[in-house]
Design a protein around this ligand. Structure first.
Ligand code: PLP
Length: 387
């Protein structure tokens, strides 16, 4: 349903207090009422376990994989895996990455730790090299130059680039198509942390062909905390999962045969799913959220955020604030840097007074709107910035 001309505000679907301007989805999304209801229903089910049937362990998980497959354009839902966190998905990649001494893993500067610590450890233990590509000092064309530096760093020694689609702290967009072309040229993997983009910024596995995509569910997938989704491509076929649970083995649908221990796993990437992935509360919640997102359409969500953000970013640029070039940032997540003469304390105070919620990091403000926000709230945000 990507054809909607323009979505209207969806705030009625959420329960945010009207006096609050919540522009901080990159921190944690609010629950939709329908998602809350799915969670309550899931919780209630546990009161009456005689009503929990064998298919309940499988059916909603299947639907959840299908819904996520649709979001990221994957044909085979058995390539999709339910995970508890990004660190879990990244640990799965780390366990299965063939890294030889001297091999290079490339990450962006100040990347989110769940997509850094595993690489620090792996490169240390295998005598590989972790290469961090920092952004340029300049604020002029920062995103463009940063992307160029990443592309220049990819060479014959590169085993993998592990990066986000946008940077989590200020929304700088990484040119994944160009990175993919270059990694293919040198035979390196591309692993994407989609936590701060997938759900709000179009992402197509068919087009970009990442080797793995890892996403937390509680931000732009509008889900609860403690469940996420991943995609693992062919590189990971036949690999080693982090755990050896019962449900990931072949024939686990047959409860009476569980102790006919099986060497074989469930097909494709399903071996990588977390234990107790049938979670009767979190799975229906995330499923409901993804169904809503699929109804709206990702391109429409991004478009809605663009219409909200553009007047504010333009007005701020006119006042002397720095915002990344539109081509190199998301409209759902962007950073605003203060001119050096302005005090962050004053801005912080005004934001608090007006109940405008954003993330403040050093000299930069991270703004991340969604469908529950409207133009009036963006005006309120703008009114907090002095000149
Ligand atoms: C880019 C990114 N990745 C991952 C996470 C969360 O990681 P984890 O699921 O390991 O807690 C966050 C949270 O802010 C994030 O911004």
């Amino acid at each position: 349903m990507e054809k909607n001309p323009m979505l209207s505000s969806q705030k009625e679907k959420f329960s945010l207090p009207p006096e609050v301007s919540y522009l901080n989805c990159a921190y944690m999304s609010p629950l939709m009422k329908s998602v809350e209801a799915a969670g309550i229903e899931g919780m209630a089910l546990k009161k009456t376990p005689h009503l929990i049937t064998q298919p309940d362990f499988f059916d909603q998980a299947d639907q959840l994989r299908q819904a996520f497959a649709r979001i990221i354009h994957v044909e085979d839902p058995q390539r999709i895996v339910i995970i508890p966190s990004v660190s879990y998905g990244i640990a799965t990649v780390a366990k299965n990455l063939h890294l030889s001494p001297g091999d290079k893993i490339i990450v962006a500067g100040e990347q989110f730790p769940s997509n850094v610590y595993a690489w620090q450890k792996l490169t240390a233990s295998r005598r590989g090299v972790l290469t961090t590509i920092a952004p340029p000092e300049t604020l002029s064309h920062r995103g463009k130059i940063w992307n160029e530096r990443i592309l220049e760093a990819i060479d014959g020694h590169t085993r993998m680039v592990a990066i986000g689609h946008v940077h989590w702290s200020d929304g700088t967009k990484f040119d994944l198509a160009a990175i993919r072309r270059r990694t293919h040229e040198v035979g390196a993997l591309l692993v994407v942390d989609g936590t701060q983009s997938v759900g709000a910024l179009p992402f197509s596995v068919q087009e970009l062909q990442p080797d793995a995509l890892i996403c937390a569910g509680y931000k732009w997938l509008m889900g609860p905390y403690g469940i996420g989704m991943a995609y693992f491509g062919e590189y990971f076929d036949g690999g080693d999962p982090l755990e050896e649970g019962w449900i990931t083995r072949y024939g686990s649908e047959n409860f009476s045969g569980l102790v006919n221990y099986q060497d074989q796993y469930q097909p494709q990437s399903l071996r990588y799913e977390v234990g107790e992935r049938s979670n009767f509360i979190l799975v229906p919640m995330l499923l409901q959220a993804l169904q809503e997102i699929n109804q709206w359409g990702i391109a429409n969500i991004q478009q809605y955020c663009r219409v909200l953000s553009e007047p504010v970013t333009q007005a701020l640029i006119d006042k002397g604030y720095s915002v990344e070039d539109a081509h190199f940032r998301g409209s759902h997540l962007f950073g605003i840097r203060l001119p050096s003469h302005l005090s962050m304390d004053n801005l912080h105070r005004r934001l608090q007074e007006k109940k405008v919620y954003v993330s403040v990091r050093g000299k930069s403000i991270r703004v991340s709107p969604y469908l529950y926000n409207d133009a009036e709230q963006m005006e309120k945000l703008l009114s907090c910035f002095g000149s």
